[in-house]
Design a protein around this ligand. Structure first.
Ligand code: ZN
Length: 337
């Protein structure tokens, strides 16, 4: 690791305050490391993740992968304006064929996964669970704004790798992402199981753009193992990458380690500043009215086909809420007998 001594921190400049030792779950904590031109966000998820995952009886590997996608969506979507919406989706040919995380600013999260249980063999990592396909990220900033969609190929790598590729190719912002999901068993609650997740996004945003040049990934059509085009990366970004690389999964999900403590542990030599944290919660936006509205846009024949045992039942894929309608309510015309 290179370190140039331009660090203004001295022993007689006290920190604004000591890093809080109190862990706060279900938050995104923005931060910056000024001397290195680094900005980032740290997500910690506890009860909200439980709520998102436990509504579905996901096998553990599927729950973990969806948890990673949820963390990634919070890291990317939490910079949106107040009424924006960030949707992260994967569509792939692996055992987990579809994932969606819908983050509605400022704080609402919902998500679900589709998978083929028969293909879930033990030991599959995130990349193998996904397989080949693509990751799409959609930003919708409200009715008067245009929608933006970014796409990145998934080719056997996981979500961290896809995020790096996306930022390198589309945004051209040097970016590193870490994602971790784990299970916690608390003895005091009869061994009740809890999900935890954490993640960190780190970006190099120097004032002069030429400092942001990064080593390119080899082109997608190059043979595996093709040599990587050499670019001298900025020392500050080399240091930032080596610091985030030291973050252990267990630190990201540790319920007893506060986010501020973790950031201080990593960046204290350079001076890290944290901003106000943003709360997150699991809440679906479905409603009986919205489902009825959706039904009314179906073709009459499709609505009629949905009548089973004298009623129309619609289950929300995100939160598993069940909405029941009579055929009349669902706009199904009585078949003349
Ligand atoms: Zn719902």
């Amino acid at each position: 690791m290179t370190s140039q001594s331009q660090n203004p921190k001295t022993s007689d400049t006290p920190p604004v305050r000591a890093p809080s030792a109190v862990p706060v779950d279900d938050t995104v904590l923005p931060f910056e490391v000024g001397p290195l031109d680094l900005r980032g966000r740290l997500t910690r998820l506890g009860p909200a993740l439980d709520e998102l995952l436990e509504k579905h009886a996901y096998p553990t590997p599927v729950a973990k992968l969806l948890g990673e996608a949820i963390v990634l969506a919070t890291l990317l979507g939490s910079s949106l304006k107040f009424d924006g919406r960030f949707i992260l989706q994967t569509q792939t040919d692996g055992p987990v064929s579809f994932l969606i995380v819908d983050f509605q600013a400022p704080d609402r999260l919902r998500a679900y996964a589709r998978f083929d249980e028969s293909r879930l063999t033990p030991g599959l990592d995130s990349g193998a669970l996904l397989g080949n396909g693509h990751l799409a990220m959609t930003i919708d900033q409200g009715v008067d704004m245009s929608r933006y969609q970014g796409l990145v190929a998934l080719q056997g790598g996981g979500l961290e790798e896809a995020a790096h590729e996306y930022f390198l190719r589309s945004e051209q912002i040097p970016t590193r992402v870490r994602l971790a999901v784990g299970e916690e068993l608390r003895s005091g609650e009869g061994g009740r199981h809890h999900w935890r997740a954490g993640g960190m996004l780190l970006q190099f945003l120097p004032k002069s753009p030429e400092r942001a040049r990064q080593a390119d990934l080899h082109p997608g059509d190059a043979p595996e193992g093709a040599s990587v085009h050499a670019v001298q990366e900025d020392d500050a970004w080399v240091e930032g990458q080596s610091l985030i690389a030291t973050v252990e999964d267990v630190e990201l999900i540790d319920p007893d380690l506060s986010g501020e403590r973790l950031l201080y542990r990593l960046f204290h030599e350079r001076g890290v500043r944290v901003f106000s944290s943003l709360p997150l919660r699991a809440q679906c936006s479905c409603s009986r009215d919205a489902v009825a509205g959706m039904l009314s846009r179906f073709e009459a024949k499709d609505r009629a086909d949905m009548v089973k045992d004298g009623k129309v039942v619609v289950t929300c894929e995100f939160c598993s809420s069940v909405y029941e309608f009579t055929p009349q309510e669902a706009g199904v015309e009585e078949a003349g007998e």
